[in-house]
Every structure is written in structure tokens, then in C-alpha cells.
Design a protein around this ligand. Sequence first.
Ligand code: GTP
Ligand code: MG
Length: 333
Amino acid sequence: MTEGNFVDYVKLYVSSGNGGKGSIHLHREKYITKGGPDGGDGGRGGHVILRGNSQLWTLYTFKFKKHFSAGHGGDGSKNRSSGAQGEDIYIDIPMGTVVRSTETNEILFEITEDNQEVIIQEGGLGGRGNWHFKSSTRQTPRYAQPGIEGKTFQITLELKVLADVGLVGFPNAGKSTLLAALTSAKPKIADYEFTTLKPNLGIVEYRDFQSFVMADIPGIIEGAAEGKGLGHYFLRHIERNSILLFVIPADTKNLKKEFDILQKELIKYNPELLDKQFMVVLSKADLLDDELKEEYAKEMKTLFKEIPHLIISSATQYHLMELKDALWKLLNT
Ligand SMILES: Nc1nc2c(ncn2[C@@H]2O[C@H](COP(=O)(O)OP(=O)(O)OP(=O)(O)O)[C@@H](O)[C@H]2O)c(=O)[nH]1
Ligand SMILES: [Mg+2]
């Protein structure tokens, strides 16, 4: 995953297939002069079906493809033979995707399970062939039903659950570096503020083939809730994470103040964020000597009390396994 893989809101056009035409056909055979109607039915048009897929984490694929059309039904033909059914089209989407009608903004449903299928737009019915319309007074009906046309519908997909752990910190705190150290994501990392402009997601592989998703978002600064920096836009993504992992660098001027500012911005933006589980890491510990580390450890113990905390270094991998353990424990309580 690279910079800009984070797509959580898209509008799609979906079109179901037309139903095939019913056939108007009169049976012809040697020696049979009045064979009667034998035109078959048109096949139904293909449905558009949304399907949950647990391997997907974002709506990224829809950045490039926004139109989806199912196949048309085949026309009926002689000998009462029905037209082929139009091919259904399946659109795979991640779990936690809310599907709305773009026109009314009404929520239609939410995909919550792997392989869950919902028909979002039905294919048009095939028309009935002329043999259905034979009666005592009308032996050779010369009409059949046309198929019903498919429909185009615009839907809005919005991803609700994005990640299990969201990284929160000032610019340059080392969030992207931590994501890169824990996952195979390759976010841009540099020694200046606002290197990360768009959130990045990575999958943290845990013991026994378990995993959780971590989201790295742009740095938050004082005033973010009022729109300073990039924070105001990205704060909404944090709302969806179940754990907020505060990243504060070891070269911070003031550990407590930095944590307070971050927390204050979150509360200003949405007080409900306080109900989330918090964890704090002091990053870049390789910059500290043992004595300083010791001091920080004490300070964190008094400052954070109930909040789990760790001193880590992405550069030297110091305490990264312990961090995974702690996050996993939090996720499972
Ligand atoms: N020594 C040391 N430097 C680190 C460590 N982690 C990150 N850095 C450095 O800190 C700088 C910022 O790192 P990033 O990971 O880009 O920081 P960020 O929090 O993602 O920054 P923004 O995207 O701007 O919000 C880079 O120069 C990194 O090389 C670490 O564990 N040790
Ligand atoms: Mg970054």
C-alpha cells in the first residue's frame, strides 16, 4: 500500500441488464400447415449484486472504476426456447460499507459479513413469447412482450469501520515510520511536518496468523478541530478506529503538554472520542540514553496511570512486539 490508498467514500453507477424480447414465431414443419405459436420467452437481464469481501479494507479500487453494468438477457426463439439469462455482475466491497441511494441519501443497507450478497438493482424481466398468448379466439397471436429494460441507479458507498488502531500525533512524531515498521505499508517518511497528506492503512500481522489494521493519518496540531492544518478533515477518520494510539516523540519539548493538546483537539472535534480506548507511546527512544529513558518511564507512569503506555523505537524495533501485544490485548477486551 502506498500514499493515497485510503478511499472511504465513492459514488458508483450501476446498471442492471435489459430483459430479452419474447419471440413471435409460428411453428413450421413439413406437412403441418397450421403449427401454432411457439415463440419462447426472453431471458431476464443480469442483476447487480453487492458482495461483502473480508480481504478488502478500503474502497480504493473504485477510484478508477465507477460504472458497473450487468449483461442483457437473450431474446426468446422458436420451439418455445427461452433466451439466455443476462450475466449478473458482482461488486466486491469491504465489510462495514454503508450503501446509500445517492439521490435520496437514504441508507439502503450495510454489508457486515463476508460473502453477504445483496441485489442492489434487479435485471429487467424477459418478455413472454407469443405462445403464452394463444387462446380459443386467437390461434396465432402475432405479438409477444418486449423485455423490461434494466435500470441505472447511482449509489454512494461509505466505509464505516476503517481500522482497528488509529495513530494520533503531531506532525513529525514518527507515525508513518511506526506504520512502516509494523506493517508492509510503505508510507512516505521525511523529516518535515505534514509529510503524510492522506491516511495510509497497513495490516499488522500478529501471532498465529491473526491481524489488525492500523491507520496512519496526517499530523494533528493545535487548532485542528477548528480547521488548522489538515486535521479537521482527517479527524473524522479517527472516529472509526477502536483504539487511538497517541504517538509522542522522545524529543518532545513537553510530554504532558503535547498529550493534552492532542486530547483537547479530539474532544473539541467530537467528545465521544473520549470513550475510545487510548494508548500512548513515546517514539524515537533510540534518541534517549538509559537515564533519560528511566526518567520518561517514571513520568509516563504518573501521567497516564490507567492508560497503557510504552517507550518504543521504530528505528531499532525497541518494544515493538510488546506494543503489538498490548494493542492486541486492548482490541480483545
Ligand atoms: N531516530 C529516530 N527517528 C525516527 C524514528 N521514527 C521516525 N523518525 C524520524 O522522524 C521523522 C518524521 O517521521 P514520520 O514517520 O514521517 O513522522 P509522521 O508523524 O508520519 O509525520 P507527518 O506525516 O508529517 O505527520 C523522520 O525523519 C523519521 O526518520 C525513530 O524511531 N527513531
Ligand atoms: Mg506521516
